[in-house]
Design a protein around this ligand. Structure first.
Ligand code: TNX
Length: 520
């Protein structure tokens, strides 16, 4: 009956929708935006919605298509992007704004009205961050009582947003256990939803070498075959790595490749024994001890090898960084270590990359353009600051995703203590251990893989803690609040379950789960 009535109406007659009252200020947004004002109405996302973007080559149309794809996954709606069609009634505009680009390259503003959504963004990158906010506002279930077809009402209001830290990272150790391209893509999907912009891949270690180097094929022929335990290992061909880089770029994320040296190099030395500097015959290693391997730092051939490795990886890495590791070189003499880091820094710079190293690299005479990653030693981090380096914050006690949550944790280590969900969230990265705010690029949360070998185990350790680091990285310090965060985190359960994420159902959180096992 209703359908008939509608089809008789003139085409342009506006719909009469019985939109629900909403309150944008109580939305479960993580990270929390800078400012937000509710107008208590709603934008009806439905079969008459369209997306229009700035039609230029700056990447806006791709962001529009990304949004359409994500809307389709939840609603089955095919929202057209930048196409003409007469029936559009509610439009999502994604526009470049020059005034915002003066603020910060990731700043955006969102106006949600009854018939339009306007996402103003400094850049496509900023638009992509704003699209994540929009995704978080999209109800997972349609409202069927508005009109005789499904409508997903989006709470109306206005929101302005900009990141606190510029470097919002996660690290995945694919060396101790290998993770496939598909696994890495799923991790990227989840990180991007929470506005991460960096994924650091720990590609080499004592137990395995995971990236094809064409000029040194045995690295993966031999080093790709092993991992911790008796599992089969694996490696990325350069094409695989490029696919990861491209997928990350579609999500406005940068890949940081790490080749860990001069320690953590047993797998490379097994493949090419001339590299070895610990005086022993290199043998395949499947255990989890650290600190026994080192390159020979005084051989020129070692540096020509490193030159090839850095050159090949840099050529397929569009991001600005190359991570040289540099941690736990316990069997490298101190002067050899300094000599090594200085030489490798020059190689990295020769290929136009900025060097990142674990905090020990601050003991060498490195350049101010290099970056130290604070994982354990406050002394090294302070040394980095004294040398005027920037610092990435990854203190193990707070930010290590491979630390167990508590006594009951199925996976993880505990050498830096237990890191329950509240410990991971309640700290101030901008005021930690005397490192001045101006030196801090942001938090990176490392996930070492000695105890995990599947994507589901990875998810157990990363989620929900990685969501908390997202908020510490993006939101202003005065916006962070454990009691309030806890509620928003509990409300992530339906999304995480829809994405089939095996998150740890921490008893500290009241999970709004659909999953019976967690409810009980
Ligand atoms: C220390 S953190 C390491 C890694 C281990 C990790 C385990 C760092 C720079 N080195 O080699 O995997 O602890 O938590």
């Amino acid at each position: 009956m209703l359908v008939l009535l509608f089809s008789c109406k003139p085409e342009k007659e506006p719909r009469v929708l019985n939109l629900p009252k909403t309150d944008l200020s109580t939305a479960d947004l993580i990270p929390k935006p800078v400012s937000l004002k509710a107008t208590y109405s709603a934008f009806p996302l439905d079969q008459f919605t369209a997306i229009r973007t700035t039609p230029d080559s700056l990447g806006f149309p791709e962001v529009g298509k990304f949004l359409a794809e994500k809307i389709k996954q939840i609603t089955q709606l095919q929202v057209p992007v930048n196409t003409e069609f007469p029936e559009q009634e509610s439009v999502v505009y994604i526009k470049q704004s020059d005034s915002l680009s003066k603020l910060n390259k990731e700043s955006y503003g969102l106006r949600i009205n009854k018939d339009s959504i306007i996402l103003n963004a400094a850049s496509a990158e900023a638009a992509f961050r704003g699209v994540q906010t929009l995704r978080q506002l999209l109800p997972l279930k349609a409202n069927d009582s508005i009109i005789d077809y499904p409508v997903w009402p989006i709470a109306s209001g206005a929101l302005n947003d900009t990141p606190f830290f510029e470097y919002r990272g996660a690290m995945l150790d694919v060396a101790r256990h290998f993770f496939t391209v598909e696994d890495v893509k799923k991790y990227i999907d989840l990180l991007a939803y929470y506005k991460y912009n960096v994924l650091h891949l720990h590609l080499t270690d004592d137990q395995g070498w995971r990236i094809e180097i064409k000029s040194w094929p045995k690295l993966t022929e031999i080093g790709g075959e092993t991992e911790v335990g008796n599992e089969p290992g694996g490696f990325y061909t350069q094409e695989d790595y490029k696919a990861i880089v491209a997928y990350a770029a579609q999500h406005h994320m940068t890949i940081v490749p790490e080749v860990d040296m001069p320690g953590h190099t047993n797998a490379a030395s097994v493949a090419y024994p001339f590299l070895n500097g610990n005086g022993k015959t290199p043998k395949i290693y499947r255990g989890t001890q650290v600190g026994f391997s080192t390159f020979d730092t005084r051989k020129d051939t070692v540096y020509s090898f490193i030159d090839d490795v850095v050159r090949e990886i840099s050529a397929i890495t569009p991001g600005p960084y190359f991570h040289i590791g540099g941690d736990e070189s316990h069997v490298t003499q101190k002067d050899d270590y300094i000599y090594f880091v200085n030489k490798v820094e020059q190689i990295v710079q020769k290929y136009d990359k900025k060097m990142i190293g674990w905090d020990e690299v601050a003991t060498a005479d490195i350049d101010t353009t290099s970056i130290a990653q604070f994982w354990q030693s406050q002394k090294n981090a302070e040394l980095a600051v004294a040398k005027n380096l920037k610092v990435i914050m990854s203190p193990a006690k707070k930010a290590y995703l491979d630390m167990k949550y508590d006594l009951k944790s199925e996976y993880g280590l505990n050498w830096a203590g237990y890191v329950p969900v509240n410990t991971a969230y309640v700290w101030k990265p901008e005021a930690y251990e005397n490192i001045p705010r101006e030196h801090i690029l942001g938090i990176e949360a490392p996930l070492w893989s000695e105890t995990i070998s599947t994507i589901s185990e990875l998810e157990y350790l990363a989620f929900p803690r990685a969501i908390g680091y997202a908020e510490l990285n993006w939101s202003q310090p005065e916006q962070r609040d454990w009691e309030n965060y806890k509620v928003r985190l509990g409300n992530q359960a339906p999304f995480l379950e829809l994405m089939e994420v095996n998150y740890y159902p921490s008893p500290l959180i009241d999970w709004k789960t659909q999953n019976k096992a967690i409810k009980e």
